[in-house]
Design a protein around this ligand. Structure first.
Ligand code: DC
Length: 228
């Protein structure tokens, strides 16, 4: 039987990873946060002193990069970059910029595609990112596209970073998000876009439980044949 997969796409701060984490825990799926893969490449490029937009050099570096994902007992994802656990080191604003620039490079996207697809072949997954429903898992059993009002997004992202102990300000967060949205939505390859068959959910006025309730009823309908 084919593995079950749920794709969650949307801009940063729309609540993708929170919703995906809850879904993974409650439904017994593996949560794959694909942004972490782009971040690991960004981190490597920044450590090597390569300019974030230097496509030739970043592409060359891919030959030296081995990224693997590990999942702890609770299903939480850890990212290993050449064997080193970089799960925390990839969460800085500088790495965010590097990741957004790297994500616009065709060689980087091609490099990460098979890693993502093989995880979904071997496991029941809820995978979040920007192009999961459109490119990575076009046959996902359920595709969700999250949207949210800009001011709510920036507030959420700030809180998320503060909880992780990252020192930053509202203005920095907003600037960083706007830069990445612009890059993510306007790049030629796999831009941030909803799949034609994605269900759109605006999370501006939903808390995690409410968003999960919506997802749960979609899962029942898609995977268990319940009527909406
Ligand atoms: O979700 P995030 O902020 O951790 O993502 C980091 C960057 O990677 C962001 O600029 C978008 C990009 N990304 C992407 O292009 N495709 C994905 N499937 C996931 C992330």
């Amino acid at each position: 039987m084919e593995a079950k997969s749920i794709a969650i796409d949307g801009p940063s701060g729309a609540g993708k990873s929170t919703l995906a984490k809850t879904a993974a825990r409650e439904l017994g799926l593996l949560h794959v946060d694909t942004g972490a893969l782009y971040r690991a490449i960004g981190l490597y490029a920044s450590r090597r002193g390569v300019a974030s937009k230097d496509e030739t050099r970043v592409t060359e570096l891919l030959a030296d990069i081995n990224i693997t994902l590990r999942f702890d007992g609770a299903g939480a994802q850890r990212v290993l970059l050449n064997g080193e656990d970089v799960s925390d080191a990839i969460r800085t604003p500088e790495v965010s910029i590097y990741a957004a620039d790297a994500a616009a490079m065709p060689a980087v996207r091609a490099f990460l595609l098979e890693t993502q697809r093989s995880l979904a072949r071997d496991n029941d997954v809820v995978m979040d990112g920007r192009d999961i429903g459109t490119v990575v898992l076009p046959n996902a059993g359920l595709k969700i596209f999250l949207t949210v009002l800009p001011e709510v997004r920036a507030d959420r992202r700030l809180l998320e970073l503060q909880e992780k102990g990252v020192a930053t300000t509202y203005d920095d967060v907003r600037r960083d998000m706007e830069y990445r949205d612009m890059k993510d939505s306007n790049r030629e390859l796999a831009p941030l876009r909803a799949a034609a068959d994605a269900v759109h959910i605006d999370t501006s006025e939903l808390n995690v439980e409410q968003a999960f309730d919506v997802l749960k009823s979609l899962v029942r309908e898609r995977f268990h044949g319940d009527r909406p």
